[in-house]
Design a protein around this ligand. Structure first.
Ligand code: ADP
Length: 170
């Protein structure tokens, strides 16, 4: 199972996996950070597909094609805005990971890459988010048959990579 979960540093938009996860906002109409980068790389077809989805509640996930991306699918999930931790943020972030995996597996995805959901503009503390992501992914993966061969945690910078490494090795 440990072989399945790995962390790398890089730009998620170029990753050759079946599905990449987007840290979107409730509108699903694009934003900054990883969301902006994904829309930029996928081209206008992605925005047109997102418009048809009618938004997404925090903690849930929606799937589109990947358009010009190497990835076949984009799974759009909406992480919580950090408000100090007492507003259900950990539960909502955990739901993002679980719901993204469920959607991926329902489409037969064998490899998936996640960005550090909520760790940019949404302000979730990085260390805590990485520990939660690893714990949630491990629990989900060990709890059912799924067909996944790789779950990649993508760090955009060295600090995030360190945090993922520590969380995986803990
Ligand atoms: P959120 O609004 O959920 O906080 P952000 O896009 O602001 O989303 O940030 C989420 C994480 O994605 C941050 O850790 C940020 O460094 C990272 N990130 C930004 N661009 C990319 C990219 N092209 N590939 C992978 N990760 C990225």
């Amino acid at each position: 199972m440990e072989d399945l979960l790995r962390c790398v540093q890089g730009d998620i938009t170029g990753m050759e996996v079946d599905a990449i996860v987007n840290a979107a906002n409730n509108s699903l109409l694009g934003g900054g950070g990883v969301d902006g980068a994904i829309h930029q790389a996928a081209g206008p077809g992605l925005l047109a597909a997102c418009r048809l989805l009618g938004g997404c509640p925090t903690g849930e996930a929606r799937l589109t094609d990947g358009y010009l991306l190497p990835a076949r699918y984009v799974i759009h999930t909406v992480g919580p805005v950090w408000q100090g931790g007492g507003e259900g943020e950990p539960e909502l972030l955990a739901a993002c990971y679980r719901n993204s995996l469920e959607l991926a597996v329902s489409r037969g995805v064998a490899s998936i890459a996640f960005p550090a959901i909520s760790c940019g503009v949404y302000g979730y503390p990085l260390e805590a988010a990485c520990i939660l992501a690893v714990g949630e992914l491990r629990a989900w993966l060990s709890g059912r048959p799924h067909g996944l061969r790789e779950v990649r945690l993508v760090a955009f910078d060295a600090r995030a990579l360190d945090a993922y490494r520590r969380a995986i090795e803990a």
